[in-house]
Design a protein around this ligand. Structure first.
Ligand code: FMN
Length: 215
C-alpha cells in the first residue's frame, strides 16, 4: 500500500516534469498540490538581488512566520537583528565569504539564539524555571529560519540561509559589532530581497531514503 502510494507519487512527478515546456517554472511535484506545498517545493536559495527595497509589512510578516515556529518546551529562544545599512557590513561580516551576497541583498537578518533561556519544570508550570541552558536552541532556530525562508518565497522574495554558529570565525564579528550580550549567539544570517535572476528549485526527492516499519 505504502509502496504503491510512493510509486504513484513518482509517476505523477514524472508526468508533471514531462509536461512542462522549456523555460516554464515548475517546482518538483509532490503529486499533491496546495499553496503551502507549492511554496515549500518552490523555495530555493537566492544569492543575487535587485535594488528594490522590501516593504516593511513583508519584513514583519516574515518575522512573524519565523516566530511561529515550534520550539522545545515552547521556549522561543530567538532574537533578530535586521540590517539594511551596508556601510556596517565590512565589520559585521568580517572575512565572511558571503559578503557579495549580503551586499546585493535589500536586508540581512541575523538570527540569534539565547543559549541561557530556561523553561518551567514540567510537573509545575508555575514553579521556578529550570536553570539549565536549553538543549534545543539550535533546533529551534533552524525551524524558525526555515519558516522565514518559506514566508519570503510566498511573498515573491528570495533568500539564502548562511551559517554563523558554530563557526566562530563567522559569528564572532557579528556578535561583537552588533553589541550582543554574552548569552546571545548569532545562529545564521539570512540575505533577503527581490531575486535578480530566475533561480529554480532543486528536485531532492529520493524515495530510497524512506524506510517503512524497519530500515
Ligand atoms: C545550515 C546551512 C548553512 C548554509 N550556509 C550557506 C552559506 O554560508 N552560503 C551560501 O551561499 N549558502 C548557504 N546555505 C544554503 C545551501 O547551500 C543551500 O540550501 C543548498 O545548497 C540547497 O540549495 P537550495 O536551498 O536552493 O535548495 C546554507 C544552508 C544551510 C541549511
Amino acid at each position: 500500500m505504502k509502496k504503491s502510494l510512493l510509486l504513484s507519487a513518482a509517476l505523477l512527478t514524472a508526468l508533471a516534469l514531462s509536461s512542462c515546456g522549456s523555460g516554464e517554472k515548475t517546482a518538483p511535484s509532490t503529486g499533491v498540490d496546495n499553496e503551502t506545498i507549492r511554496t515549500i517545493m518552490n523555495r530555493k536559495s537566492v544569492r543575487a538581488f535587485t535594488d528594490q527595497a522590501i516593504p516593511a509589512e513583508y519584513m514583519e510578516a516574515m518575522l512573524k512566520a519565523a516566530m511561529a515556529a515550534p520550539t522545545g518546551s515552547n521556549i522561543q529562544p530567538w532574537h533578530f537583528v535586521v540590517l539594511t545599512d551596508k556601510t556596517q557590513y565590512e565589520k559585521v561580516f568580517e572575512n565572511n565569504f558571503n559578503m557579495r551576497i549580503f551586499n546585493s541583498a535589500a536586508a540581512v537578518v541575523v538570527f540569534c539564539g539565547d543559549t541561557t533561556v530556561t523553561r518551567p519544570p514540567r510537573d509545575n508550570p508555575d514553579g521556578a524555571p529550570v536553570t539549565r541552558p536549553s538543549g534545543t536552541w539550535r533546533d529551534d532556530l533552524g525551524a524558525c529560519t526555515e519558516n522565514f525562508l518559506l514566508a519570503a518565497e510566498s511573498l515573491g522574495l528570495g533568500a539564502v540561509w548562511t551559517a554563523a554558529y558554530p563557526y566562530s570565525e563567522r559569528y564572532a564579528s557579528m556578535k561583537r559589532e552588533l553589541g550582543m550580550p554574552d548569552n546571545i549567539l548569532p545562529y545564521c544570517a539570512v540575505a533577503v530581497g527581490y531575486p535578480a535572476n530566475d533561480e529554480q528549485p532543486k528536485d531532492k526527492w529520493k524515495p530510497e531514503r524512506i524506510h517503512f516499519d524497519k530500515w
